[in-house]
Ligand binder design. Structure first.
Ligand SMILES: [Zn+2]
Ligand SMILES: [Zn+2]
Length: 171
C-alpha cells in the first residue's frame, strides 16, 4: 500500500504516472511537477517534459489494493481518477490560453524583449534560449494567476477573468 501512495498528495495514486527519474505520482500530481516545478518532488532531478502512465503500477493497484477497499472508498478513488482527468484537460486548456496571451503580448513587452536580446548576444541566436524564456514567463504567469480561475471540477469554462486581464495589463 505504501508503495502506491503518491508522495505529493499522500493518497493512493490515481492513474499513476512515472517521471523520467523513475518516481511515480498520481497523474495530476505528475502533470503539476512536469509543468510547474520541473523537478521531481522526491529526488529533485530534472523532470521536464517526461511523464508517462505507469501501467504496471495501475494494474497492481487494481488487482491488489482496490479489491481490499470497501465500496465507499473504492467509489471515492474512482471519482478522484475522473476528476483529475477533467482538471488536467482544464489546466492544459488554461496553459494554451496563457501561452497565446504571452505570445500576443511578447512584442509589446520591452522588458522581456530586452532580456531576449541580451540572451541572443550572449548565447548567439539560439531559439532554444528564447523558447526557454517564453516558457519561464508563461509559467510565472500561470503560477501567479492560477488562483483567479476556478479549477474545482465544475465543467463551465468562462475563459480569462477580469482579474486575469488586469494582471496582464501590468506587463
Ligand atoms: Zn498525488
Ligand atoms: Zn524522482
Amino acid at each position: 500500500m505504501e508503495l502506491a501512495t503518491c508522495p505529493v498528495c499522500i493518497d493512493l495514486m490515481a492513474k499513476p504516472c512515472v517521471l523520467g527519474c523513475g518516481h511515480s505520482f498520481c497523474e495530476l500530481c505528475a502533470h503539476e511537477i512536469v509543468n510547474l516545478n520541473d523537478k521531481c518532488s522526491v529526488c529533485r532531478r530534472n523532470a521536464r517534459g517526461v511523464c508517462a502512465p505507469n501501467l504496471e503500477l495501475e494494474k497492481l493497484i487494481e488487482a491488489l489494493i482496490l479489491p481490499l477497499m470497501d465500496e465507499e472508498r473504492r467509489e471515492k478513488y474512482e471519482r478522484r481518477c475522473d476528476e483529475q482527468k477533467r482538471k488536467i484537460l482544464r489546466k492544459n486548456k488554461l496553459r494554451c490560453v496563457i501561452w497565446s496571451e504571452v505570445e500576443r503580448r511578447l512584442p509589446r513587452n520591452p522588458l522581456l524583449l530586452d532580456v531576449i536580446n541580451r540572451c541572443k548576444e550572449v548565447c548567439g541566436n539560439s531559439e532554444d534560449v528564447i523558447q526557454e524564456i517564453r516558457e519561464i514567463f508563461a509559467r510565472e504567469i500561470f503560477d501567479n494567476d492560477l488562483s483567479v480561475f476556478s479549477v474545482s471540477g465544475d465543467e463551465q469554462d468562462d475563459g480569462p477573468t477580469l482579474a486575469f486581464k488586469e494582471a496582464f495589463a501590468g506587463l
